[in-house]
Design a protein around this ligand. Structure first.
Ligand SMILES: [Zn+2]
Ligand SMILES: [Zn+2]
Length: 338
C-alpha cells in the first residue's frame, strides 16, 4: 500500500494505493523481512497529511513491523532465515554525531524514520539493517508485538521523561494505544501511583476505568487532586492547556506527539500564567525512540505479560484503519495482519 501524494484525509479518504511490486533486494547488512503484522499509528496521519511528510514519494508507510527474516545482505551475520524480528520507528542513526555518541540517537542529526525516510511495513516485504531490528520475546504473537514497537516504546520513553517517583500521581490526557500501554507500565513500575485519565469520549473514559484508572473525566475537567506529572498523547492544543491547570507545583507535562494539528491552536491563548505555568511547572516533549527504549520496553512488557488490545485489519483495509484512527474510533491498537 503506497502513499503517492500528501493531502488531507477528509478530502481524500483513500490516501494509500494497492500496487504490485517486486520484493526489495537486501544490500550491505540488510535483512529482507517478510512482514506478518504492522501496527497503524497516528504518525501515519501526520505523514499522509504533510505535517511530517515522507522525504521521498511514493513511500510505503508503517513503523511497527513484525516479520520473518527471509534473505540476508552480503554483510548481514546476526540473524538467519526464519528468525522473527521487529522493526520500530528508528530506521537508522549515524552513530557518530554528538547526540548518537551521548546516548541520544533518537535526536541524531541524520535520524531516518521507518516508513517516512525508508519504506516500511505496509507491504509484504521490507529491507532493514540488522543493527536496527529486535528479537521479539516468545510470549507475544506477531500481531500483539506490533503495537509495542511504537506505542509501547515511545510510551516507555515518555514515562521515563516524567521523572515520576512511586506514589506520585500520574495523569494521561488522550487514551489511545500509547496511553493504555503507559497505564499498564506505570501501574507495574509504580504500584502506589494513582492514574488519572482525561479523554474526550465516554468510551475511552470507561475503558480507562476498566484498566484501573482511579479517576477518568473529559479533557477540560478538573481532576479531584493536583497531579505530579501528565503525559499528553493527543494531536490537539486544548489538552496541553487543560493539563497544565491540573499539575501540582513543580509538575511536569510530557508531550508525546510528533506534531500537533493546527485546528485548535487558538486555545493556547487561554493559557493563564498563574494557574497554568507558575509554581515551576515544566513542559517537555518526547522525540522518536532509541534502540535501547525499544529493547527495554519489549523485555519489560514480556515480564509483565502485557497483552495489548488489538483490532485487526488486512493490508488492503489500511485506508479504513487510518480513517477510523482519524475519526478517533479507537479501542486498543489497530494492526494490519498479513
Ligand atoms: Zn508510531
Ligand atoms: Zn547521529
Amino acid at each position: 500500500m503506497i502513499l503517492e501524494k500528501v493531502g488531507s484525509m477528509p478530502e481524500n479518504k483513500r490516501p494509500l494505493t494497492w500496487v504490485e511490486m517486486a520484493p526489495p533486494a537486501p544490500h550491505g547488512d540488510d535483512l529482507l523481512v517478510k512482514v506478518s503484522a504492522c501496527g497503524v499509528c497516528h504518525t501515519e496521519l501526520d505523514e499522509i497529511e504533510g505535517r511530517t511528510p515522507p522525504s521521498t514519494l511514493p513511500m510505503i508507510l508503517g513503523h511497527q513491523v513484525v516479520g520473518q527474516v527471509q534473505g540476508l545482505g552480503p554483510d548481514a551475520h546476526r540473524y538467519k532465515p526464519g528468525d522473527r524480528v521487529g522493526v520500530a520507528w528508528i530506521f537508522s542513526a549515524c552513530g557518530v554525531c554528538r547526540f548518537c555518541r551521548e546516548g541520544y540517537e533518537n535526536l541524531c542529526l541524520d535520524f531516518k524514520a521507518t516508513g517516512r525516510d525508508a519504506h516500511g511495513g505496509y507491504a509484504e516485504h521490507m529491507t532493514v539493517s540488522e543493527r536496527f531490528v529486535y528479537r521479539i520475546p516468545e510470549f507475544f504473537s506477531d500481531r500483539e508485538a506490533a503495537p509495542l514497537l511504537c506505542a509501547g516504546a515511545i510510551g516507555y520513553r515518555s514515562l521515563h521523561l516524567t521523572q515520576l517517583v512511586n506514589g506520585q500521581r500520574l495523569g494521561l490526557t488522550g487514551f489511545g494505544a500509547s496511553a493504555h500501554l503507559v497505564m499498564k507500565l506505570a501501574s507495574h513500575l509504580y504500584p502506589d501511583t494513582g492514574i488519572y485519565v482525561f479523554a474526550r469520549s465516554e468510551n475511552e473514559q470507561a475503558f480507562a476505568r476498566e484498566l484501573g484508572a482511579v479517576w477518568a473525566g473529559n479533557t477540560h475537567d478538573t481532576a479531584p487532586v493536583k497531579l505530579h506529572a501528565i503525559i499528553d498523547t493527543t494531536p490537539a492544543w486544548k489538552p496541553v492547556v487543560e493539563a497544565l491547570g491540573n499539575l501540582a507545583a513543580r509538575g511536569r507535562l510530557v508531550i508525546n506527539a510528533i506534531r500537533k494539528e493546527g485546528s485548535d491552536q487558538n486555545y493556547l491563548l487561554k493559557m493563564d500564567y498563574p494557574s497554568h505555568l507558575w509554581l515551576e511547572k515544566e513542559i517537555k516533549s518526547v522525540a522518536n525512540v532509541t534502540r535501547q527504549d525499544v529493547e527495554s520496553f519489549l523485555a519489560l512488557a514480556a515480564d509483565m505479560r502485557i497483552r495489548p488490545e488489538v483490532q485487526e485489519f488486512s493490508l488492503s483495509e489500511a485506508n479504513q484503519a487510518l480513517l477510523e484512527l482519524k475519526e478517533r474510533k479507537i479501542r486498543g491498537a489497530k494492526v494490519l495482519v498479513l
